[in-house]
Design a protein around this ligand. Structure first.
Ligand code: ACM
Length: 556
């Protein structure tokens, strides 16, 4: 039987899930209290938009809208009309697209003069300039989509009638990177679930879907040149919860279900995300978290090739040119599928014992003057970085790739001879927060995904909604001029304990709203938790109807 390694992050996740029951009780007590004290009336007083816009002028007047709306879209706006139709229909309107701005009820226009902030927008709802229109201006397609999302949150339902408050909104995001990560290697969820998540990301004005498609349990993306990656590598699922089941001998192996995305499906998902203003960053791991690919091709692994069979938790033998060529080939297919210019290569939790035990790898390092295994990892991913940058793409990786021993592990030595390629984006998840300052001082851009705040797989007792909301993406001690090196934030939905969509939604909602706001609103402008809770109420009503706010605390 294959001996499954339980990685460090998964162990932390397990710990955090143990105390969930009492945390839930607490959470529901709070929710119940709020429901009893302030019964939901369809629209709380004031204008409630989440994430909180930079500025709102409220004219304290409610306007009744016609059910049939004439909508004008600037020809250059590049908005997806089907998506707009979907949103308006969802909100109870029927839409005719109008070719003229004049006489339209709703106008979406690009205007770089009025709106200078990146992805900012202005939304005038029966304002003083255009007293009979809802008028959105932005300098980008995404800005217009954000105006659309704010508009839909303004709608007041009064019986059958649809009303909006007359107001003007001026808004732009604090950070350009507002990501949600989904791990589908541990448990494959499939297209329909992912589409629902993308819909909610769009509602929350989040703009990066980080898709963790490859890890030890399963390989989830079709690669034509290496068909066994999915024929064999996708057959696994996360097994930590059910003893004695391994990817290769699991009951699921004979299942007819398909646990991977075809390339056509990936393209469909990329289009779906783009229509909603979301880019997709795939994560394809090297050198660790690669067991699924070793079931397909054991010769890729340092220990697996020595043993002549797949060794769980093994690392790629990055000193083997055939292995690196395999990875370049995979990336070449991946970059045709995901056109958004950035690929995540993982790089976390590599267990160097597998390299230590290989005489060939040690000889290679000696020959090349590579002094530590951390350096060997950096040496390899710098080659990957070069391959990607040669094709115009950026590389991102978890913060182990900076060469620090972030958890003081015995098998890890700080890097000595290699330096991570310039331009690499570092995703901070673990270790002292000062590692962010260090990475920035070395010139790298950083996405802050501090696991203590942003891991959605952690139980609510460990990471309450309030704690999630308290997250500050820019740590202390970053010089004013370096703050732009923090590109933004990511929140991560790891999949070990989410075998069903209901579980996944339970862990994700409502905390994803806190991360959306933390990514949108500048730290110095952020309001109180109470204000956030107030503005969350209408979304909670929607998510309750969708089944996302459920009580699926049990894993099975
Ligand atoms: C991670 O949680 N291993 C990035």
């Amino acid at each position: 039987m294959i001996n499954h390694q339980i990685n460090y992050a998964a162990m932390v996740r397990q710990e955090n899930n143990e105390n969930k029951a009492s945390s839930l009780k607490q959470l529901y007590t709070i929710v119940l209290f709020i429901c009893l004290v302030c019964p939901f009336t369809g629209q709380a007083a004031g204008i409630h938009i989440l994430p909180q816009p930079s500025g709102i002028e409220d004219f304290h007047k409610e306007i009744s809208l016609k059910q049939k709306l004439k909508v004008f879209i600037d020809q250059n706006a590049n908005l997806d009309k089907d998506y707009l139709l979907e949103v308006f229909t969802d909100e109870g309107f029927t839409v005719n697209f109008s070719t003229s701005e004049k006489g339209a009820d709703v106008v979406f226009k690009l205007n770089a003069t009025t709106v200078s902030e990146k992805d900012g927008y202005r939304l005038s709802v029966y304002g003083p300039q255009r007293k009979k229109q809802i008028y959105a201006l932005a300098n980008s397609t995404n800005g217009l989509l954000y105006a659309l999302q704010s508009f839909r949150q303004l709608i007041i339902r009064d019986g059958e009638a649809l009303k909006v408050p007359a107001c003007e909104i001026q808004d732009s995001p604090a950070f350009g990177w507002r990501a949600f990560m989904l791990d589908e290697s541990r448990h494959f969820q499939g297209k329909e679930v992912v589409k629902k998540l993308l819909d909610e990301m769009a509602r929350l004005k989040m703009n990066v879907f980080h898709w963790h498609l490859v890890d030890d349990p399963g390989w989830r993306v079709e690669i034509k040149k290496y068909p066994l990656l999915t024929e064999i590598g996708s057959r696994g699922n996360f097994t930590m919860m059910r003893e004695g089941i391994t990817p290769m001998d699991s009951a699921h192996f004979s299942s007819s279900a398909r646990w991977f995305y075809t390339q056509d499906e990936i393209r469909e998902m990329v289009d779906y995300a783009h229509a909603r203003g979301i880019v997709i960053m795939p994560e394809i791991e090297i050198p660790g978290h690669v067991t699924a690919s070793l079931y397909a091709y054991p010769w890729l692994g340092a220990s697996s090739k020595q043993e002549g069979k797949t060794v769980a938790g093994d690392l790629y033998d990055v000193t083997d040119p055939k292995m690196l060529q395999f990875f370049y080939d995979v990336l070449d297919e991946v970059m045709t599928l995901f056109p958004d210019g950035i690929v995540h290569i993982g790089g976390d939790e590599a267990n160097y014992v597998h390299w230590q035990n290989s005489p060939a790898i040690n000889a290679f390092m000696q020959e090349k003057n590579i002094t530590t295994y951390t350096d060997l990892q950096i040496w390899a991913i710098n080659r990957v970085s070069k391959h990607l940058s040669g094709k115009g793409l950026r590389m991102m990786g978890w913060n182990e790739i900076t060469g620090e021993n972030i958890r003081n592990e015995a098998h890890v030595q700080k890097s000595e001879s290699e330096t991570l390629a310039p331009g690499t984006v570092v995703q901070f998840w673990d270790g002292e927060v000062s590692l962010i300052n260090k990475a920035i001082a070395k010139g790298y851009d950083v996405v802050n995904s501090n696991r203590i705040y942003t891991y959605l797989d952690y139980g609510y007792e460990t990471t309450s909604l309030e704690k999630a909301y308290s997250f500050q993406p820019i740590p202390e001690g970053i010089a004013e001029g370096d703050k732009q090196k923090i590109l933004g934030i990511g929140c991560q939905m790891w999949g070990e304990y989410t075998p069903t969509p209901a579980r996944l939604y339970y862990q994700t909602f409502p905390r994803i709203a806190a991360f959306a706001e933390v990514g949108w609103v500048a730290q110095e402008r952020k309001g109180s938790y109470q204000s956030f809770r107030e503005r969350l109420k209408p979304l909670e009503t929607i998510w309750e109807k969708m089944g996302y706010l459920n009580d699926q605390k049990e894993m099975y």
